[in-house]
Design a protein around this ligand. Structure first.
Ligand SMILES: Cc1cc2nc3c(=O)[nH]c(=O)nc-3n(C[C@H](O)[C@H](O)[C@H](O)COP(=O)(O)OP(=O)(O)OC[C@H]3O[C@@H](n4cnc5c(N)ncnc54)[C@H](O)[C@@H]3O)c2cc1C
Length: 321
């Protein structure tokens, strides 16, 4: 639903996933004027259910967010469909510009825009992403337990990922793809757990009747598999913050780019907080929601400090008689 965008708010939340909606919920319950601007493309949209989330286990991702939107609105917060294209400093606040030409003002910004999963350029991966192409053993590992799983090496975490999926199935194969076959301690670990390594570049996935059935190598060999795990390169969605000098930086893990922040979500740019996958690449839904709630409370406190200082200054003004 598209709401009417107002001229200005205490807080504009950019991004209406788990992080943004929980931040907005805390802010709305603190009687802050708050709007969530959301482009409507949460990261887990292709998945059938949200897993590993207490009391909401298996719920459709869309239903979780619909409930969150309703909760924010029930306390007077707004949720408006739209994509933020620019943010500029405007006095002691910000002007937020949308791609469709609308704009509004904010005293504070909470950025919860998540990340983009960049996948290796292997035909079939993108099409099957979130179904039988997986990245996270905690999100959908249980759903592929005991199945024939291939792990496609795509960076430094490939062996780690293979070990995690081996906990869920005895039939895991590591495809080295364009990387050298693991050596030393890693090779020993794989061998001890019975994880074969297939060398040679992967050309495509084999898909039959809406199911992955195998991995095809460049030499034509097909290795039968029912699911493929791959580590995406995770890149924070933050291009619209360039005007504030807030650019994504390489994550220390080597797994992508994020917006750094302190544990409360405060960034180096005064007035801008971040939460969820945009800063914490490995946050699942529960962690993203919790970080949004923490940041929302911190933003509220920052505004309380400012409002109190203003009230004190006003109280000190000599009263004209
Ligand atoms: C396939 C898949 C399955 C997953 N399954 C699970 C699972 O089972 N359990 C689990 O806990 N985690 C799961 N995850 C991880 C989960 O997706 C993330 O933890 C979660 O989405 C992070 O929430 P977030 O609010 O940070 O970002 P998101 O949920 O990605 O929300 C960000 C929102 O911001 C919006 N946005 C982006 N840019 C702009 C802009 N410029 N202007 C306005 N809005 C913008 C986006 O459209 C989106 O709606 C899965 C991930 C994937 C990829």
């Amino acid at each position: 639903m598209t709401g009417e965008l107002g001229n200005g708010y205490d807080v504009v939340v950019v991004g209406g996933g788990a992080a943004g909606l929980n931040g907005a919920l805390v802010l709305a319950r603190s009687r802050r004027s708050v709007v969530v601007l959301d482009a409507g493309a949460p990261r887990n949209a292709p998945a059938a259910g949200v897993h590993g989330l207490l009391a909401r286990e298996g719920m459709r991702p869309g239903e979780l967010l619909e409930r969150g939107r309703a909760e924010v609105r029930s306390y007077g917060g707004q949720v408006v469909d739209g994509e933020v294209a620019t943010v500029a400093r405007d006095g002691d606040g910000f002007t937020v510009g949308l791609a469709d030409g609308r704009s509004t003002r904010a005293r504070r910004l909470l950025v919860t825009t998540g990340l983009v999963d960049e996948l290796p350029d292997v035909p079939g991966l993108r099409e099957r992403w979130g179904r039988d192409v997986l990245h996270c053993p905690y999100c959908h590992g249980w759903e592929v337990r005991d199945r024939a799983i291939g792990v496609l090496a795509n960076g430094p975490m490939a062996v780690h990922q293979a070990l995690l999926f081996r906990q869920l199935s005895p039939d895991v194969t590591l495809f080295a793809h364009t990387h050298p076959a693991p050596a030393g301690e890693q090779a020993e670990q794989l061998a001890a757990l019975g994880i074969p390594v297939v060398t040679g570049e992967v050309a495509s996935l084999v898909v039959d009747g809406d199911r992955v059935t195998g991995v095809r190598l460049a030499d034509g060999t097909v290795v039968a598999r029912e699911a493929v795990a791959v580590q995406s390169r995770m890149v924070a969605r933050a291009g619209f913050l360039a005007g504030l000098g807030l650019d994504p930086l390489p994550h220390p893990s080597g797994m992508g780019e994020h917006l750094p922040a302190d544990p409360t979500g405060r960034t180096a740019v005064p007035g801008v907080w971040v939460a969820g996958n945009v800063t914490d690449l490995s946050a699942q839904v529960g962690a993203a929601a919790a970080a949004g709630a923490t940041a929302g409370a911190q933003v509220n406190y920052d505004l309380v400090v400012e409002d109190t200082a203003r009230a004190v200054a006003a109280a000190r003004e000599p009263v004209e008689v």
